[in-house]
Ligand binder design. Structure first.
Ligand SMILES: [Zn+2]
Ligand SMILES: [Zn+2]
Length: 243
């Protein structure tokens, strides 16, 4: 199975990443992508500090660089059990793709019940399109509840390629999510979570899990440029309607 759009990348604006946007473009071209989403961390993450203005000014970037499509996104921090996020709605309304995820600097790993409550609240937030790395082993959650909620609301859950490398012990959770997503018809996003240009478009471990679960391209939001365009335009319209 192919992936044409990488939905999860970080540039040097997330201060623990190491490539410029132009270098990410080179990485995307090298791996044969048609485009990628720039998803810097929300401002609450220590060491991942683009000011909110950064997201408000993304409109100055071209939509295409050297033939590679560039989409404007964010990886927000889920801040609490009510699904609180770290950017105001006015910024979320104008982005192409809004992910939210649990990060230790912003939400200390808690009980399975509390982690699940936080993730469900983020899924139910009308401004969130996708949950990043829900398989992270430091945040045990009720996967069936999470997958069912995402399926019901048309949100995507990410199978994150970096989870197999930097979040060791997450592979089994990712397999569980993929299996449940297949059973309940939940949309899946396959992201590299690249923090360096060579990792843009690297999906080998995540794609193996997706294929093993029997998930086809029609269930993946970013398998094709056309499919991703349909997903983000639908979600963007919903965010604007709710804002
Ligand atoms: Zn993350
Ligand atoms: Zn990330």
């Amino acid at each position: 199975m192919k992936i044409e759009i990488d939905t999860h990348t970080h540039s040097i604006a997330s201060l623990h990443a190491y490539s410029t946007i132009d270098e990410l473009v080179s990485g995307a071209a090298k791996h044969g992508l048609k485009g990628f989403v720039l998803t810097e961390h929300g401002p609450a993450l220590q060491g991942g500090l683009p000011h909110p203005y950064y997201f408000g000014n993304l409109g100055v970037l071209p939509h295409q660089i050297r033939g590679i499509k560039l989409f404007r996104g964010v990886e927000l921090n889920i801040m609490d059990e009510t699904g609180g996020l770290d950017l105001p709605v006015k910024y979320l309304k104008v982005l192409d793709f809004v992910m939210a995820g649990l990060h230790e600097a912003c939400f200390a790993p808690a009980s399975k019940t509390a982690n699940t409550r936080a993730m469900l609240a983020a899924i139910e937030n009308p401004f969130v399109d996708c949950i990043s790395h829900p398989g992270n082993r430091v945040y045990p959650v009720d996967y069936e509840a999470v997958v069912k909620a995402a399926a019901r609301l048309g949100k995507a859950l990410e199978i994150n390629n970096s989870s197999f490398k930097v979040r060791k012990g997450s592979a089994e959770n990712c397999k569980t999510i993929a299996r449940l997503a297949k059973d309940f018809g939940c949309l899946i996003s396959c992201g590299s979570d690249a923090h360096y240009q060579d990792d843009v478009g690297r999906f080998d471990a995540a794609l193996a899990v997706i294929a093993e679960a029997g998930i086809g391209g029609e269930q993946l939001i970013n398998s094709t440029l056309e499919g991703f365009t349909e997903f983000y335009k639908h979600r963007m319209a919903e965010r604007r309607r709710r804002g």
